[in-house]
Design a protein around this ligand. Structure first.
Ligand code: NAP
Length: 303
């Protein structure tokens, strides 16, 4: 041990003599969780997890956040969301709404053209809009599978494909552009069969995971990283029906290792981490944001 201690000491002395820093020099640590100057686009940004993400990006300093959804008006439309986002305290960036159905190729192309024409660059693409279906296996109509796969898989592939040139133009080796696909823990386990089965939803989210892995390898060399964020239950319009059928919030909270459901800050934190310099070397990963619920899978399938 004495000899080992002496050799470390002489290594330190040598490096000091050569002027080599012994302390770690973390470049730009003050910007590690900042998005200053960045332009993001979030599909399904008018409510739920997409709106939480848009809010987080603006608080983290993003210059512009495009949000897209199908509805413009009403309590769930894009307009009210843009108004809320542009009233956030202490935020200098702006939110812009662009209506589009992102399961439709022509509308995705129109969306890309709009961003190109009005902003000219895109640093972050969050493919968050999603559709689900719950029923007995025998009762699931073919149109439910088509809707789910068109939005949750085909549309996400198209978004990545059509936005890739803009993302590539904005990315660098040290600071790549980011694609985040919002999948679900249902992409890794089989959470619901029986009366409230979500088989094709679960299949679509598994496909989203593997799409992200493929994109990570395809687009990584073009300075674009791709990851999935896989939420557990977060109260939202999409989740409300299933939460009720599974016994309600209190029962689901009790079954969760953290004794609660997801909250806006939980999504905000992981999105900011993945899209800021802190996450620049993360590529091709699925990050579960579920309080550890996936590890106790099966408790709700009895329903
Ligand atoms: N909440 C959860 O517990 C949970 C759990 C796991 C995964 N997720 C995933 O998280 C994502 C967001 O879900 P959420 O719970 O936040 O749902 P939500 O509150 O119902 O929001 C869905 C958003 O997507 C938009 N949208 C739906 N279809 C669209 C289309 N074809 N084109 C463009 N926008 C569309 C909706 O606006 P319009 O209706 O106006 O188009 C809305 O802005 C989904 O991918 C979902 O699968 C959610």
């Amino acid at each position: 041990m004495e000899g080992y201690g002496k050799s470390i000491l002489s290594w330190v002395k040598n490096n000091v003599a050569k002027g080599i820093a012994i302390m770690t020099d973390l470049k730009g640590f003050d910007r590690m969780f900042r998005l200053d100057g960045k332009v993001a686009l979030i599909t399904g940004g008018s409510r739920g997890l997409g709106l939480h993400t848009a809010t987080a990006f603006l608080h983290a300093g993003a210059k512009k956040v495009f949000i897209t959804a199908r509805k413009t008006e009403g309590a769930e439309g894009i307009d009210q969301a843009v108004e809320k986002l542009n009233r956030l305290d202490g935020v200098t960036g702006v939110a812009v709404g662009v209506p589009a159905n992102v399961s439709n190729e022509a509308e995705i192309i129109r969306l890309v053209e709009h961003v190109k024409k009005t902003e000219g660059k895109l640093d972050i693409l969050v493919a968050n809009a999603g559709a689900t279906w719950g029923s007995k296996f025998e009762d699931a109509p073919d149109h439910s599978s088509a809707k789910i796969l068109d939005l949750n898989v085909r549309g996400v592939f198209l978004l990545a494909q059509k936005f890739a040139p803009m993302l590539e133009a904005a990315g660098t080796r040290q600071d790549p552009s980011r694609i985040i696909i919002v999948s679900s823990t249902a992409g890794s386990n089989v959470p619901h069969v029986g009366d409230n089965g979500t088989i094709m939803y679960s299949v679509s989210k598994a496909a989203a995971h593997h799409l992200a892995r493929n994109l990570a390898v395809e687009l990584g060399p073009r300075n674009i990283t791709t990851n999935t964020v896989a939420p557990g239950f977060f109260p939202s319009k999409l989740a409300a029906g299933l939460i009720d059928k599974l016994g309600g919030t209190a029962e689901l909270e009790e079954a969760n290792p953290r004794k609660r459901l997801g909250e806006p800050e939980d999504i905000a934190g992981v999105m900011v981490y993945l899209c800021t310099p802190a996450g620049s070397y993360i590529n091709g990963n699925d990050i579960n944001v579920d309080g550890g619920q996936i590890l106790s899978a099966g408790r709700h399938s009895k329903l």
